[in-house]
Design a protein around this ligand. Structure first.
Ligand code: 2M8
Length: 415
């Protein structure tokens, strides 16, 4: 009998174990609910062995869509005291208990990839999801653009790179002195050195309180929210989603007015995030116009957004040859680099996959393949972690992680 479990078997087992019936949790304990962009990545993993389940993942995500088109960043399908802040703190107004912010829109792009794996099964599912995906896209166009067309995040949790140095300037402007008492749960599941600080958490919760008080009314929040940052994650993923929606609408013959113009506007916005002095795509505070001066792993999503850049290509070549386990979430040569603390240094396999998709699509196959192989080695050698120390490769945060397993099945572990 063979007792050896291959990484692909382990990856499938993780997806199956994290399946809560129609949706997948990122990892048990730390994240007991459905997260938006995690689910989009999970769908890619399921598509490798159960295409129907891949569609169900996306369908369940859109079952939580709000009347205004937003798709929340967390859907609280079943109560779980192990996570804070839960539904009572958020006060979401959608059809399912939820948070009040969104996350980078990967779903349309991943739906297109799932459809491309099996167009016969996928066509009806994609057609049925299309209006919801388009409504979400339009919500971004209505509520999240700055004057250049760059897409803003209104909470560090919305961009999904929670404690990235990109937000430090905007976070410093938030007065959280009256946030009150609360009990974090994350640090009882994983090492607190891998997680955001109390300073950060106070501001995360303060922003939730502001949103809730405004009833998550986007028009009011445009006035009230002290945090609004135009960001490469939001800008490149929204641009990419718009391109994919356009392709889907053309291939399936679905009328979707305005998408060409939206792509042009979003592309101009994404290009406006080029910080010439830094020599990289950067985040920009939408209230003050100040650059974050941050080279993050989101800077490398330009190709995913369909924007080529010779300077970013030079950077990716450097990172691939000088950082043992690329791509770090923050440039190791910059002073705020912290190799274990979450989005301030560690490497995230799914961000590598997105960068890898874009590199390959834009003709940089050598770099795409190098990144894929390095990501495969990282996962095979250190397990299906939430993220990894980019210098030593050691796993950090949660384990048996859904998106890392999905990345293995769909991209990194591909033969
Ligand atoms: C992390 O964020 C959540 C809040 O949304 C948390 O720390 O509690 C981020 O890495 C985010 O990008 C991710 O979607 C989520 C679940 O994996 O965890």
């Amino acid at each position: 009998m063979n007792y050896y479990t291959t990484p692909s078997e382990s990856a499938r087992n993780i997806l199956i174990a994290n399946d809560r019936g129609g949706y997948t949790i990122p990892t048990s304990g730390l994240y007991p609910y459905q997260w938006n962009w995690d689910s989009a990545v999970a769908a890619l993993g399921f598509a490798e062995f159960d295409i129907d389940r891949a569609w169900v993942e996306l369908e369940t995500l859109f079952s939580g869509q709000w009347a205004d088109g937003m798709v929340p960043h967390i859907l609280f399908h079943k109560p779980d005291p192990g996570y804070f802040p839960g539904p009572d703190v958020w006060g979401g107004t959608g059809p399912i208990a939820s948070s009040g912010v969104t996350q980078p829109p990967l779903a349309a792009t991943m739906a297109r990839r799932v459809w491309e794996k099996d167009r016969v099964v996928g066509e009806a599912r994609l057609r049925a999801l299309f209006p919801a995906m388009l409504a979400w896209h339009r919500w971004f166009m209505n509520w999240r653009l700055d004057e250049h067309g760059a897409v803003c995040t209104t909470h560090p949790w919305e961009a999904g790179r929670d404690n990235a140095p990109d937000w430090d300037g905007a976070m410093a402007g938030i007065d959280a002195s009256d946030v009150g008492e609360y009990q974090r749960r994350d640090t009882s599941h994983v090492n607190s050195a891998d997680r955001p600080t109390k300073y950060d958490y106070d501001r995360y919760i303060k922003l939730v309180q502001i949103g809730r008080e405004a009833g998550w009314d986007q028009a009011k929040l445009l006035e009230l929210n002290p945090f609004r940052v135009a960001d490469p994650t939001m800008s490149f993923t929204t641009l990419r989603a718009a391109r994919d929606l356009l392709t889907i609408s053309q291939e399936l013959g679905i009328a979707a007015e305005g998408l060409n113009a939206d792509v042009a506007r979003l592309e101009a916005g994404a290009r406006s995030l080029w910080n010439e002095a830094l020599g990289a795509f950067d985040a920009r505070d939408a209230h003050t116009g100040e650059w974050a001066e941050s080279v993050s792993n989101a800077s490398y999503l330009c190709w995913y957004g369909g924007i080529d850049s010779s300077q970013m290509l030079d950077r990716v070549k450097t990172v691939l040859t000088t950082v043992p386990h690329p791509i770090p979430s923050y440039d190791p040569n910059m002073p705020k680099f912290d190799e274990r603390r979450y989005w301030r240094g560690p490497t995230w396999a799914f961000m590598n996959m997105l960068a890898g998709f874009g590199l390959a699509e834009m003709g940089h196959g050598v770099e795409a393949e190098a990144l894929r192989l390095k990501t495969a080695r990282l996962i095979a050698g250190h397990g299906f972690a939430e993220y990894y120390d980019p210098i030593t490769g050691s796993p950090a945060g949660g384990n048996s992680f859904t998106w890392t397993a999905a990345v293995w099945l769909h991209w990194a572990g591909r033969n």
